[in-house]
Design a protein around this ligand. Sequence first.
Ligand code: B3K
Ligand code: ZN
Length: 880
Amino acid sequence: PKVIRLQDYQVPNFQITKTELHFNLEPTETLVTSKLQFERNAKSENKSAALELHGQDIEIQSLKINGEELTDEQYQVNPESLTVFSVPDVFEFECVGKINPQENTSLEGLYKSRSMFCTQCEAEGFRKITYYLDRPDVMSEFTTTVEADKALYPILLSNGNPIEKGELDNNRHFVTWHDPHKKPAYLFALVAGDLSVLDDTFTTSSGRDVALKIFVEPKDLDKCDHAMTSLKNAMKWDEDVYGREYDLDIFMIVAVDDFNMGAMENKGLNIFNTSCVLAKAETTSDTGFQRVEAVVAHEYFHNWSGNRVTCRDWFQLSLKEGFTVFRDSEFSADMGSRTVKRVEDANVLRTLQFAEDAGPMAHPVQPPSFIEISNFYTLTIYEKGAEVVRMIHTLLGAETFRKGSDIYFAENDGTAATIDDFISAMSKASGKDFTQFMTWYRQAGTPVLNVADNYDAENQKYTLTFTQSCPDTPEAKSEDKKPYLIPVRLGLLGESGPLPLEISDLGISGVTDTVVEITESTQCIEFSNVSEKPVPSLLRSLSAPVKLQFDYSRDQLIKIMSNDEDGFNRWEASQQLCVQVIQELMSGRQSEQPVAVDPNLVAAFDRLLKDDNLDPAMVANMLSLPSESYLAELAEEIDVDAIHQCRAQLKKTLAEELCESFAQRWQKTPATVDYKADAEQIGLRSIRNMCLSYLVASGQEQWFGVAYEQFSSANNMTDQFSAMSALVHSDSELAESYASKALAEFYQQWSEEALVVNQWFGVQASKAHPNTLEQVKALMEHPAFTMKNPNKVRSVIGAFANNPVCFHAIDGSGYKFLADQIIELNALNPQIAARLLTPLTRWKKQTQQRQALMIEELKRIQSVADLSKDVYEVVSKSLV
Ligand code: B3K
Ligand code: ZN
């Protein structure tokens, strides 16, 4: 397979001014007629270039130029392209092609999801629909007619506004849509089905009414209210915070069951995975509600950051994704609790993105090359990309950042832009030089920021010495990497509170919180008039996506945990304290000299439980132990069993020793009555369920009964599922009968709700138990399971592959199982296959024995005939 490189970018030889499409929809034989108005691109150097169009799996019925059928000598068809050798400077190209949506299991292009037709074109799916210049810098005005059977597909949708509709012979009908905004083909969408709709309107700041419509299968109409509220909130927020108004008279969302990702921002017609639209108290947990709010907002925000201003090429993907994730994350922070949102984002970044940065697929936020672009919709492009934008926001301040975003939208509206265009706008707004900052876009790997301190009591001076480095990644050696500009937000804690900061070199004084810019490999910051030896609170709110190293004592961590002004760092200190204690248990285990859990941690947790002033959601987060994957991320060599056991041991010890405090906190936190997915109620449910999970972990049977009782009587999914999950994950044999009863009843109750059944699959596939693999195989035989639905695949196979103890079983059974599934999925759905492969590629930090087993399976996958580009790229890079 060919490597595509940023440095090879060339402007297109042609532009397509107008695109007219006609779809005659039939499940196995859809006819697509396209009429495209081409003209040579004035900016192209090749004035006599042949016309080369992208296209795949299309059966050509007819090809015309300016109305004349092409003869066989005038063109050539290859598996992925069509070349017309000689064309005029301006012409109309017409193609009639036949495609088979029914057999399209890749879920890219036009396909069927249950009884409806839908599309997914980003990044390169449009070429499976018709021959086209399928690249984001070719933008065209689309008019689309959809024709189908009227009874089976009463609803026919595409981008823009409906301009004509009518009846046809044979019980067929059609609707024509026109999108006045020029767009690249990846933003094209079409939907046809028997759908119900939730209607609403939004009046924009300039007084225009926009019709809002959410289309779902009739059975799901009662689960659309939250998405609609989230949409309206997002529309208002984008006006208030970014001055961005919606630009069409209609905005539609369609929910489909079979979808590779979360959702897609097609112009005026967003298509969503049902899991990111549907929400109802009884069937959806708090995290589900929050995900719906975030994804609805994310896709809506793309209307400006993505659609009005799109990407020149796919190397600029983070231009729209990083910026839009930053926007949706700030929106969620404004809708709920800012600190809680930051903790959640930091957890994802530090466990998943840092691991990606350290793995074989590590790439910069602007990758220099790829084989298959679908493999680059990554945590690095999205989450690290968002962190990079967040750092710009931190460095510039909200007001200047907004000025920069206004300049960016004004200068690039209606065009396909680059990351450099974005930075240039930020630079114009601020006068700041971003040359060094660009390292964040061009270098892969997670920087390590080491900090040491020194207190000079006599001169009342306190010095922090920062040393930065970045580990080797596939594209560059550590010693060849340039230093980053790292914004470090910090404060100093004294005995009785925050100390005033005086940094004369930087002209800072009189504040207790500030941002310093670290630009050198080694750099000192000197504070004056420091009256006592402080505890530094560093990298507040995770002000940069780096690994911070400071040799904190446990006393210092406890101090930050209880006193810091920055809520994020209080949480962070509680996590580091737990990490230290778990690591201590692990070394005890290794040297066969068991150690006891540090009583200071127990006491700190006890104080937290009794603290009524702290936000309950934050207490729950602070009581939540670092995940096994985060602990693995921190380890030099991963011992999955030790991590699992020591973490479980800590949880059990805390549960036993603080049983009474957990019980008290649980008792005095009322169960919520009328479910609302607001920050207050979510906080209450999270602390209550956190307490219950500890109480169940204590192993006392009375709590199994309590959990079972909560499971059966809960009026919302959060309480019901948390209780069941606590029982399922308990390692006590006594809990087993409660857990299996709950699991059986849960399925009985929810067998008709696909998304709830997925949760039921997931909890069983993530249980750390020797029987889990057998159980997973049994679940794959369950009538509700199918390899063709990505949500099902993720909830069974994906959950298992991210269940460390079971996936890494020392007999290699987990690896072999996953490889078998990848091989099957490679033929069905390459994108999902490649994505699911990730855990198997992370062999470097595993023990020798496991490494060998993992590599063996990777090689087995590599040797499969007809390997998709997607799987080929991931496997081959992970075997280097
Ligand atoms: N832009 C889409 C992602 C499409 C991925 C295709 N492989 C969703 C989003 O980020 O909003
Ligand atoms: Zn996006």
